[in-house]
Design a binder for this molecule. Structure first.
Ligand SMILES: *[C@@H]1O[C@H](CO)[C@@H](O)[C@H](O)[C@H]1NC(C)=O
Ligand SMILES: *[C@@H]1O[C@H](CO)[C@@H](O)[C@H](O)[C@H]1NC(C)=O
Ligand SMILES: *[C@@H]1O[C@H](CO)[C@@H](O)[C@H](O)[C@H]1NC(C)=O
Ligand SMILES: *[C@@H]1O[C@H](CO)[C@@H](O)[C@H](O)[C@H]1NC(C)=O
Length: 311
């Protein structure tokens, strides 16, 4: 009896030690091996979503992408477009800094998203890519600009590549490398993230993603019948997810979905997401969470509240 007790005591001691070691080395793996993810979203494309500060203060988001820097290349001066939130001409978006700082103080990472579905952007030479890297470093990251910085003084945490228009360009890879190198040179972590479409490979982004420099990849599982989630036949979705996580060397992958039926084809009801989709993607060690596109849709449907804590 005594022997049994003491072996029970020492094995539970061992379990506790193992549990502690587990906590130290795998902060995202919870009890019973369940992976906990976060929610990422996009802010900037619709005034109804409200202020950045308010979104971050809800505590629901881990990362917010500010979209978009949607004009660059082809001789055009780079320009952000935050629709009716503010007008970057005449320095009208300077106080986005307040939102960035408030978010960061709430533990939310803030990214500048370049590209987007509507802009006029391209990179047609190495020189253009290097110029854009300089512009981004000096105007949104840790550098200094002689002209006013569009979002004011506060640096964002990194740059999100949402490239989905124009000709294929090999120079986005150079842009990513240059931003990464600037960070190393100045002792700063510059997060790099990307939003490829789900059909593998994404023509615009796969080459850049193969560099292994990207931290988070939110694959857009929408607006594509072949790989968006289809409850009748989830195999296209499942094989696409597996293909992405096994082909691309990135730290974490997020399931990108529309936050409302209007936000894109391939909307998945929150109950279906939790019952059918999350159990599948959470089996992957590199699962990072869910990306909801976008915040203006989320505030209508309350999607993030419905899945919060279950991601
Ligand atoms: C900014 O983006 C919106 C939405 O994509 C577009 O309707 C608008 O024309 C753009 N504004 C400018 C100045 O390019
Ligand atoms: C920035 O200023 C505009 C206009 O003055 C205001 O509507 C907006 O709420 C401000 N945003 C922040 C984050 O302070
Ligand atoms: C994009 O910008 C280029 C260069 O300014 C211009 O020639 C072209 O017409 C623009 N395209 C669109 C769709 O606005
Ligand atoms: C969204 O969900 C939160 C938390 O459950 C709730 O407090 C809020 O009233 C809901 N908002 C809407 C618009 O349904």
């Amino acid at each position: 009896m005594e022997i049994q007790l003491s072996s029970f005591a020492s094995s539970s001691f061992l379990l506790i030690i193992l549990g502690l070691v587990g906590c130290l080395f795998e902060p995202t793996t919870g009890r019973h091996g369940r992976v906990h993810g976060g929610i990422a979203t996009y802010w900037g494309q619709n005034i109804r979503e409200g202020r950045l500060t308010t979104a971050c203060a809800t505590g629901k988001f881990q990362i917010v992408n500010i979209g978009f820097l949607s004009t660059f290349g082809d001789g055009q001066p780079p320009q952000v477009n935050l629709t009716r939130h503010c007008n970057p001409i005449c320095n009208g978006c300077w106080n986005v800094s307040a939102g960035i700082v408030n978010c960061q103080n709430d533990g939310v990472k803030v990214m500048l998203s370049i590209g987007g579905p509507h802009g006029n952007y391209s990179l047609s030479s190495a020189a253009e890519a290097l110029d854009l890297a300089d512009y981004i470093w000096n105007n949104f990251l840790y550098g200094h600009s002689t002209s006013p910085r569009p979002f004011g003084y506060a640096p964002v945490d990194g740059v999100d590549f949402r490239i989905e228009r124009g000709e294929f360009s090999p120079y986005y890879t150079l842009l990513a490398r240059r931003l990464h190198d600037y960070g190393r040179q100045w002792g700063r972590k510059v997060y790099l993230t990307a939003a490829p479409r789900c059909h593998f490979p994404d023509n615009y982004l796969t080459q850049s993603l193969h560099t292994g420099l990207f931290d988070y990849v939110w694959v857009r599982f929408f607006d594509d019948q072949k790989c968006q989630y289809n409850s009748g036949n989830p195999s296209g979705f499942q094989s696409s997810w597996m293909r992405w996580i096994h082909s691309i060397p990135a730290r974490k992958f997020y399931l990108g979905i529309p936050a409302s039926e209007e936000a894109g084809e391939g909307y998945v009801a929150p109950s279906v997401l939790m019952r059918k989709v999350l159990p599948f993607v959470k089996r992957s060690a590199s699962y990072g969470g869910v990306m909801l596109f976008d915040l203006s849709n989320d505030v209508q449907t309350n999607y993030s509240s419905l899945i919060s804590g279950r991601v």
